[in-house]
Design a protein. Sequence first.
Length: 164
Amino acid sequence: MELVSGEIAEDLTAYLLESEQVPSACALGVLVDTDLTIRAAGGFIVQLMPGAEEELIEKLEDNIFLMDQLTTVLDEDGTDAIFSQVLRGFDWHVVGEYPVEYRCYCSRERVEQALTVIEPNELREIIAEGKEISVSCQFCDRTYAFTPAELEALLKSSENNLEN
């Protein structure tokens, strides 16, 4: 599927409709302050359940169309106001709240595991160079360094596991 506009919310909405065949509305907003810090950021996705009545769909569409600009709602009223505006006129309640945070699950052990899939001959060549290597996580940019001795131990360990 091709991108519709390059705007994440619009492209996600189109994907959900075309590929997943789930009618959805999605909005995202980021308000950058004068010092270039993020002042407010957030968004919503509303998806219709199968068999949703046309009256309900029209009400949601009207609410979304008439709501204040998302970054204004986030900045002035907070995230709870998004529910109030999108779901105005509906009986709704919060089922649960969970903290959202960026978290990477990389670890030295995971990187070691990844190194064991390198062809043994290639790993031997790296070890023979006698230099420490660094492996960087593509998500959090944490770097893990490995000495030739540590690589040798990984190689032996993986060969032992293959034999067993």
